[in-house]
Design a protein around this ligand. Sequence first.
Ligand code: PMP
Length: 371
Amino acid sequence: MPHPATAVRRPYNFAAGPATLPLPVLEQAASEMTDWHGSGMGVMEMSHRGSEFMAIYTEAERDLRDLLAVPENFKILFMQGGGIGENAIVPLNVSRAGRADFIVSGSWSKKSSKEAAKYCDAAVAASSEDNGGFRTIPPVAGWQLRDGTEYVHICGNETIHGVEYQTLPDLKALGHDVPLVVDCSSHILSRPMDWSRIGVAFAGAQKNVGMSGVTLVFVREDLIGRALPICPSAFDYKLVADADSMFNTPPTYAIYIAGLVFKWVKAQGGVAEMERRAVERSSLLYRYIDGSGFYRNEVDPAVRSRMNVPFFLPNDALNAPFLEGAKAAGLLQLKGHKSVGGMRASIYNAMPVDGVRVLLEYLQAFARQHG
Ligand code: PMP
């Protein structure tokens, strides 16, 4: 289906989330909006327990398990509450009200540690906040993990600061054979996941997976069934897992959209191809920024995010004209997070490499004009 408003070119949307989606996914959803596969119902109108939605759900779960090679001893839950919800749901389910250690590498892991402290003995084992304000990941050798900690929480990709783990830490090698909890909200499906190091991983859908409203939660089976008594039933991993994510009405439309995105990722070549494109997009952008003598990215090159690229102009007075010109050039939502300032280009799976090329042309033209 041609996109009527974009006979010329659909704008490139660099939002951090909710974020751009693959056009074929939007088009398919539009074409099935009022009648899914001849059922006479739109997906929003179906019973979550009916055969039509069950088919959608089962296929989405299978595709996701396939794409990320999720082992059989992990349950995949489709929950609500977002990443921020999981900040409470994880300690309610996994901490046994004991110790949990947090590696703080940006705003999101910092938020996670604060929320967990309501439910358990949460401690920051390492933080890069004072070291230039979250420009790197605290070196593993300095992590102050406590004996008896139930788990160690990291944020795989810090969406606001643009800091990303390139490999998951090996806690066993550090002498702590405990599960890693990974917030992978903003880089899921852009790289493989090393399940041997993970106990729980969670991701809100609104970046690489689809629309907001559904949270993907991967839980190793031995961590299910130990929720604190105060854990709300709808957030108890055991109750949710036993009911195949239908303990209460799940976010059906968001699951359907996620399913379409999984099919799209598969058709493109899977996670390996998503990773190849992420490397291509992000290296194009960082290489240009670093060599520009005009723009700057302040993150340690070893841990720069492939998904979120924050950058600054030489002075803040240029921010407004930059954003105005970008919008006119069909480059949307480049404004940086308010806590960091400057700009941020989020380049998730659905961003074509061409989107980054067009952005580079604009960056070059703006620098020529104002440099
Ligand atoms: N973690 C990360 C890494 C995020 O980027 C976000 C949202 N931008 C969240 C958690 C919070 O997610 P939500 O708003 O869905 O609760």
